[in-house]
Design a protein around this ligand. Sequence first.
Ligand SMILES: C[S@@+](CC[C@H](N)C(=O)[O-])C[C@H]1O[C@@H](n2cnc3c(N)ncnc32)[C@H](O)[C@@H]1O
Length: 306
Amino acid sequence: MGSPRWSRRSVIDSPSSPFNVSFLVRSEGLLYRPGMPSLEENEAVWGHDYQWQSGGDEWSAMWGGPTMQWYGAIFPRIRAFLPSTRILEIAPGHGRWTAFLLDHCDDLLGVDLSENCIDVCRERFADLPKASFFVNDGTSLPMAHDNSVDFVFSFDSLVHVEIDVLQSYMDEFARILTKDGAAFFHHSNNGADTSVRAVDRYGKVVAERLPALTPVLKRAGVLDPYAWRALSVSAPLVEKLASDAGLRCVGQEVINWSGRSLTDCISLICRPGSRWDRQNVVAINPDFGSEARSLNKAQKAFGFET
Ligand SMILES: C[S@@+](CC[C@H](N)C(=O)[O-])C[C@H]1O[C@@H](n2cnc3c(N)ncnc32)[C@H](O)[C@@H]1O
């Protein structure tokens, strides 16, 4: 998710916090949730608590909007796989990326654990028979037949799931990908960065004592550096999950988001022997946030669509 606007509308207590601090909530939904995300919490947040005031487009503000984010940040990373016969998108939310993916495939399956999100997608893309949407249990993909999906895509969603969920999805990729199919998905890398935990602890203490500093701390990446990203997941672990599932991880970009820590990773998975197969290439990219800010400036000068 992009950087939300901060407001101190209300506070909730966090019994699970080591400091028993109050947590701030943002006007459009929860800003800071204690603990790490479970499937139930994901369903509660995205299916009920979160306001979706611009259908998820609000998270593209850092890039200057979803169109610039798609053409400037996402499309360049997946262009080798498009067009694709059948795309499966995991966790489309309200369809921010679905709208773009649909221009590049014959058939798209969207799968989300939130029934409300799937209802919104069904309504939004009702006039496109090539798009179909399914509620799932957050871990499996029974709507996809064996060896039937050419491209799995997930962005800005699976950062909030722990390693057991990714393991389950990885096993499903091994079942559903076509011979030359590929999976591109964005996940947490917080499991690799122990310094994040210390920073998070100090950030919370300062924010509790000096709430007015909260926006500054957030911008500096010392408050909620996790950005509600899973702590059990890292780039090397995802590479291992792929090999345990009989797949190959062939590309990983370890990235920052709005802060400085390398909290995120995008992994590319394929079958051994497929046309994408190679030794894994890991790119460390601490400039993902800068890339967004640069695109935002270009959008200001040249973006006419929004
Ligand atoms: C932050 S929203 C992002 C939605 C969309 N990818 C976007 O970028 O606009 C996260 C979405 O992930 C979904 N989600 C979270 N965990 C999931 C899981 N384990 N399986 C499927 N969907 C999940 C939520 O229901 C929600 O729709």
